[in-house]
Design a protein around this ligand. Structure first.
Ligand SMILES: Nc1ncnc2c1ncn2[C@@H]1O[C@H](COP(=O)(O)OP(=O)(O)O)[C@@H](O)[C@H]1O
Ligand SMILES: [Mg+2]
Length: 304
């Protein structure tokens, strides 16, 4: 592999090999050729991989000599196709999709410039970051996207992981609480929207006209489920003693700003943390970070 393609790829390589084994290795080997083919077809040069790749190959580049773009290549056809569909559906409130190549599982996106993560404001300017975040949520839920087109799955499809996971892999109380809360919430549904689905702070970046969302999954559910993906507690705050209070203050702030039901928001936060742990187990990774957060934010599982 050339130097351009190897920078920042360590986490990507580990994740892809854990997830897909030999097929993942084969894909990693083919990447330079895929990239060469796409760069010719799309007329892009100056390809510079981003430093924070996790599950996809992502690089900044220049199209037609002066248009800043991003190339995103996935190992899996379904995730790439779902992202293209979500970007198309949410057009105008999300980063612009310039082209999609299904053969290579590749997206050509407009590059947000300067493209700094909203996380960089956090936790020092927590309130400001939350206000920017609420604007992004409101933008995504405007444009009449409350209507549910059948191409997107419902959150129920994701939540099945909580029912299917090998229960011996997770602490009983955590899994049991998540499943009970999830069933209660699904039995009393609220108004449904087409959601971004993965709206944490690294998927909100700065563009010249403000903050914009990238990397949507496209899933149908309530807005409390969307906002439950917000990174309420930053890594640097993990050792604080008042985490539940800090969480409560931030959850109240977001719920008030967005007109969400606080109790449902908090319950979805817990459920999504345990869902994240299940997905890590499914993908042969470690659920530890998710479980640690769940325990620190919710020390009392009977009162979520
Ligand atoms: N359109 C874009 N403009 C600027 N930076 C981007 C763009 N798309 C992705 N990035 C950068 O690349 C990183 C990974 O891209 P992302 O689409 O979130 O991939 P993944 O699905 O693997 O999380 C982002 O966190 C961001 O830093
Ligand atoms: Mg992302």
């Amino acid at each position: 592999m050339g130097r351009n393609i190897t920078i920042g790829m360590k986490t990507l390589e580990k994740n892809i090999i854990n997830l897909s084994g030999q097929a993942g290795k084969n894909w990693l080997d083919k990447l330079p050729n895929i990239l060469h083919y796409l760069s010719q077809m799309w007329g892009v040069t100056d390809i510079k991989p981003v430093s924070n790749m996790t599950w996809n190959y992502v690089a900044k580049a220049i199209k037609d000599k002066d248009i800043p773009v991003v190339i995103k290549i996935s190992c899996q056809n379904d995730t790439s196709k779902a992202e293209a569909q979500a970007l198309t559906y949410l057009k105008g409130s999300i980063i612009e999709l310039i082209d999609y190549n299904s053969e290579c599982n590749a997206l050509l996106l407009k590059q947000a410039v300067p493209g700094i993560s909203l996380r960089s404001l956090y936790p020092q300017q927590a309130e400001q970051a939350m206000l920017y975040y609420t604007n992004v949520v409101n933008n995504l839920c405007s444009n009449g996207n409350q209507i549910s087109p059948p191409i997107f799955p419902s959150i129920n499809k994701w939540l099945i992981s909580l029912d299917k996971i090998d229960a011996s892999k997770l602490p009983d109380e955590l899994l049991h609480t998540a499943v009970t809360l999830k069933n209660n919430l699904l039995n009393q549904p609220k108004k449904q929207y087409v959601l971004h689905g993965d709206l944490h702070m690294d998927n909100v970046i700065s563009d010249k006209d403000g903050w914009i969302a990238i990397d949507p999954k496209g899933i149908i559910g309530e807005r409390e489920f969307e906002v439950a993906c917000f990174d309420f507690i930053h890594k640097s705050e993990f050792n604080k003693t008042n985490i539940p209070n800090l969480f409560e203050t931030r959850a109240i702030f977001l719920a008030n700003q967005l007109g969400l039901e606080l109790a449902r928001l908090k319950q979805w936060v817990f459920i999504r943390l345990i869902l994240g742990a299940c997905w890590m187990i499914e993908d042969n990774g470690s659920p530890q970070l998710f479980l640690e957060q769940a325990n620190k934010i919710f020390p009392n599982k009977h009162n979520i």
